[in-house]
Ligand binder design. Sequence first.
Ligand code: PLP
Length: 372
Amino acid sequence: MRHNPPRRRRRRITMRKWNFCAGPAVISEEVLSEVQAELLEYKNFGTSIMEMSHRSEAYKKVASTAKDDLKDILEIPDTFEILFLQGGATYQFSMIPMNFKHLTGTADYITTGTWTKKAFIEGSKIMNLKEIHSSEDNNFTNAPNIEDLEISEKAAYVHYCPNETIQGNAIHKAPKINKPLVADMSSVILSEPLDVRNFSLIYAGAQKNIGPAGLTIVILNKEFMKEGNKNLPNLLRYSEHAKSDSMLNTPPTFSWYVAGKVFKWIKNKGGLRFFKEQNTLKASKLYKFIDNSDFYSNPVEIDNRSIMNIPFILRDNMLDSSFLKESGQNGLLNLKGHRSVGGMRASIYNAMPLEGVEELIKFMDYFESKYG
Ligand SMILES: Cc1ncc(COP(=O)(O)O)c(C=O)c1O
């Protein structure tokens, strides 16, 4: 039996450690190094990007290149609008019902974890929502096949979350339904190829696979967007944001700029096919290790397991604090599960390389051999 902590290889450029935070999350060192090199002076403009007007030609180029690259990566057709907004994914919990309430007065919501529960509660303050499914009785450890659910005839749209970040509960296949489909993709966007044509509106907070916090991406069908309530203040209207290229007011310029670098990095690595392969490999290695151990376990039904956020519990929760302390000492950061579920959670977004997951598994193996 081995009781020595795994030897940690010294990380590359700095003493950066493996960061398993659910968000704000790890950003690739290649991107951060480029940002660092340009921090004091962007190109030859004599100022940093943060000090530049969002109306300047130089910044407008940064903004439009980022949008074009995102369009390329996700193969977004011209029938869709791409918006770079603020307010986080949480803001969308209200903005969506505000824009589409007037259509029929009601919409269907599917609750599979903490975030969809919040979306339902917030949206219910604005319009009459119907929760057509909740996995709460099962502690959010499973998710339904949406195509099997009874969708309300009057629903203006159907809202769900393909990847519940806290519970690690996923719906892997986009359902085909005959209602506008709205999805919170905060923790799964850009992790694998996606056919946006299955959706009327997709939203995602940036701070996982896109870049720094402060930016929210909304991708929506232009026809659906046109149906939005015209009597709202401009800042609440998708179509007004679209008309002004997401510059109705000052956008989060720095986050948008870094997101643009992340998009280039994704393209250079080989796009979403590459990331799907890498993410599937990382997740399957970790799940396999967990499933083969009787010291660790993951409660989510196999078909609904996330490839981005992997919660696990220790057989004896009295060991949780030692696990967190020793994992931190071994260069593995932010493994604490969300306070609402306890245990541990490893978020393994695009910028977490396979090597980081292998180091985590080595540590878990060592910890089990010491305390198991
Ligand atoms: C799936 C999901 N939805 C919504 C949110 C809330 O995002 P924000 O903090 O950007 O409002 C999060 C945050 O982690 C999330 O993971």
